[in-house]
Design a protein around this ligand. Structure first.
Ligand SMILES: Cc1cc2nc3c(=O)[nH]c(=O)nc-3n(C[C@H](O)[C@H](O)[C@H](O)COP(=O)(O)O)c2cc1C
Ligand SMILES: [Fe+2]
Ligand SMILES: [Fe+2]
Length: 399
């Protein structure tokens, strides 16, 4: 069951949060047993009333109800759309109907998308990059942040509160037990979900995080509160989430983190991975392991999240019908799309009569800019010589 939260963040500023524990695959792709929240915000100026972003369409009646607990929805003057993805705009048609006088404030590209997605044509106020909107006693300014996560995306800064409504950027998966970052333990538990979110959702455009952070800093945007559209609101330490994003975007990794991703139909790759693991453990490294075997399949979202902040990867793939085991082929494609900083990668592979999987996987990864430390292709079970090859390759992985 979804949960709904309203909290007063400051005088006349409210967060409206829905906890979505029903979506199993975010964007129909990423497994999120931890759930996700959609955060909308209500800002009441002395003259104008503004809703910032919305929720996924499943919760449209509840969004209206939630707004109604504070103001009459029909008295809204503006609906700011920072980003057109339907996890934030699915409720837009309902809102437009309930608040016919409200103008939609958005990037010009978003204005066009409002028509193509929802047939919403009139009452749209496209804003320029940097444009301000006086709402009486408070001001909003709009800052284009292209590719965080779509080309039309912008952030909205509220003054004098100095709150940045950042939409997808600085967001994360999961349903935090609190609205704010007040409790360090909550934050510690949350940050890995922010990492997973960053790589799965924005990973392909990661360099735009750096670009947009520089742009915002250049404009003197230094928020006291970071209020994203997913996950925790950071008001105690806004720099925690900004730095987290900045570092990952710059390619920072968890020192010594090695992620192993492999398939094994009958256990031969498993032998190779066991050998590699012994060697890693001898170096004091406990790898993070995702195995595709007959008793379990890992979540693609966890693979991408873990690969993103790993120092090195080990990828093991069986040869399957003169090609790569299908899931590993897919996993490799996704890694090339979502993990843009070059990783050191050891490719392990197994075959019965003619090995091709290792070379194919390595080629894909290398073409995408990753650094292949070695390709080891082994026929069936390991010989002593194979074991030595694996040990040697692993010892070169972290140098
Ligand atoms: C469905 C299937 C298709 C296979 N296709 C090939 C192949 O095209 N070429 C090859 O050399 N081995 C092929 N093999 C053999 C496996 O690649 C080989 O047994 C390998 O050691 C399996 O490692 P694993 O048990 O870790 O998956 C195939 C095996 C299966 C079950
Ligand atoms: Fe998005
Ligand atoms: Fe989103």
């Amino acid at each position: 069951m979804a949960q709904y939260h309203v909290d007063k963040m400051a005088e006349n500023v409210y967060i409206l949060r829905v906890d979505d524990a029903e979506t199993r695959y975010f964007e129909a792709l990423w497994e999120i047993p931890e759930g996700i929240t959609y955060n909308a915000y209500l800002v009441l100026g002395d003259e104008k009333r503004v809703l910032i972003d919305g929720w996924k369409k499943n919760y449209a009646p509840q969004l209206l109800e939630t707004i109604s607990s504070i103001i009459e929805p029909k008295t809204l003057d503006y609906i700011v759309v920072n980003h057109m993805e339907p996890d934030h705009t699915g409720t837009l048609p309902t809102l437009v109907e309930a608040a016919p006088n409200a103008q939609i404030v958005a990037h010009p590209l978003a204005a066009k998308m409002a028509d193509s997605f929802y047939g919403i044509k009139g009452n749209i106020k496209p804003v320029r990059d940097g444009q301000e909107l006086d709402i009486g006693g408070k001001k909003l300014s709009f800052h284009y942040t292209p590719w965080l996560h779509w080309p039309e995306t912008m952030m909205t800064l509220l003054t004098p509160e100095n709150t940045l409504f950042s939409c997808d950027a600085f967001g994360g998966y999961s349903i935090p037990p609190t609205i704010y970052d007040d409790n360090p333990q909550v934050v510690e538990k949350y940050l890995p979900f922010a990492t997973k979110y960053l790589f799965t959702v924005i990973g392909g455009y990661i360099q735009h995080i750096t670009k947009n952070l520089e742009k915002l800093a250049g404009r003197g945007v230094n928020p006291a509160t970071v209020a994203p559209a997913h996950g925790l609101v950071f008001r105690r330490n806004p720099s925690t989430i900004i730095e987290h994003y900045r570092k990952l975007a710059a390619g920072h990794v968890q020192k010594g983190k090695v992620t192993i991703i492999y398939d094994s139909m009958y256990g031969f790759i498993e032998q190779q991975v066991a050998e590699a693991t012994v060697q890693l453990q001898a170096k004091g490294i406990n790898p993070t392991v995702h195995r595709i075997v007959d008793t379990e399949h890992p979540h693609l979202s966890d693979i991408v999240g873990d690969a993103g902040d790993s120092e090195a990867l080990i990828i093991g793939a069986s040869t399957y019908e003169s090609g790569v085991f299908p899931h590993m082929d897919y996993v490799t494609d996704i890694i090339t799309k979502k993990v843009k900083h070059p990783k050191k990668i050891l490719v392990l592979s197994s075959y019965g009569w003619g090995g091709v999987a290792g070379k194919k996987i390595a080629k894909k990864l290398e073409t995408a800019g990753h650094k292949i430390v070695d390709i080891i292709e082994i026929k069936g079970q390991l010989t002593q010589e194979d074991r030595e090859k694996i040990r040697d390759a692993v010892s070169r992985l972290l140098n």
